[in-house]
Design a protein around this ligand. Structure first.
Ligand code: PGA
Length: 251
């Protein structure tokens, strides 16, 4: 068994102004100072990132972006580069979230480019994978996840293999209140770890963390976290309220 510290990550999506973001983390940092053996992460919108990072200086709460572009600079109006994220000491970046795939044309190929550039820039990527309801009903879940992993996380080297974070988020469970059962999630997590082992070897597969995401709430997180291949949560809705997020971290 690898040495996998559970990662509890809040994906705030397109919510909260700068002021609201700073207010939320001001509460979190007070209430979560004593948390041990757990990594805590918040992912605000781009516009709040810097203020949130400043507010969380010298705390145990890390900060991530929800996306980035795969070029480091240039004429790409409206995009944010990995160097900009690194400059404000962003620790993580979410890549290939299903909403980005669904609404903004993200593909496994762009996910792969972004993942590599994130690592090159010193930011740890959290690569999201997951099937839609239609794909699940057609029994394509394993096929889809395999393709997303094989293309999306191809070409990792050395330490990168161990540091990568994967988030399994069944699209039908995101924001719908329909959580995958812990067994359904575990089945896919075990599959991902096995596939990763084939790609990058047993040691790397034991070390990488695979998060579950999709309607994780304070009242279902402990059952989810009991599964042997689930190493944390990527949490949307419930991460927006201080009380809920505090409970989630202390599951
Ligand atoms: P949810 O979102 O917790 O609101 O379902 C999870 C996610 O999309 O990361």
């Amino acid at each position: 068994m690898g040495n996998r510290v559970p990662l509890i990550a809040g994906n705030w999506k397109m919510n909260k102004t700068v002021k609201e973001s700073v207010e939320l983390v001001s509460v979190l940092k007070q209430k979560l100072t004593d948390v041990k053996n757990r990594e805590i992460l918040v992912c605000p919108s781009y516009i709040s990132l810097y203020a949130v990072k400043e507010a969380l200086k010298n705390t145990n709460i890390k900060v991530g972006a929800q996306n980035m572009y795969f070029e480091k600079s240039g004429a790409f109006t409206g995009e944010i580069s990995p160097l900009m994220l690194k400059d404000i000491n962003c620790d993580y970046v979410i890549i290939g979230h299903s909403e980005r795939r669904q609404y903004f044309g993200e593909t496994d190929e762009s996910v792969n480019k972004k993942m590599k550039v994130a690592f090159e820039s010193g930011i740890i990527p959290i690569v999201c994978v997951g099937e839609t309801l239609q794909q699940r009903e057609k029994n394509e879940t394993f096929l889809i996840i395999e393709k997303q992993i094989k293309i999306g996380v191809a070409g990792l080297s050395g330490e990168q293999m161990k540091k990568l974070v994967i988030a399994y988020e069944p699209v039908w469970a995101i924001g719908t209140g329909k959580t995958a059962t812990p067994q359904q999630a575990e089945e896919i997590h075990a599959f991902i770890r096995k596939l990763y082992s084939e790609l990058y070897g047993k040691d790397a597969a034991e070390d990488i963390r695979i998060l579950y995401g999709g309607s994780v709430k304070p009242d279902n997180i402990s059952e989810i976290m009991k599964q042997p291949n689930i190493d944390g949560g990527l949490i949307g809705g419930a991460a927006l309220k201080a009380d809920d997020f505090i409970k989630l971290v202390n599951y």
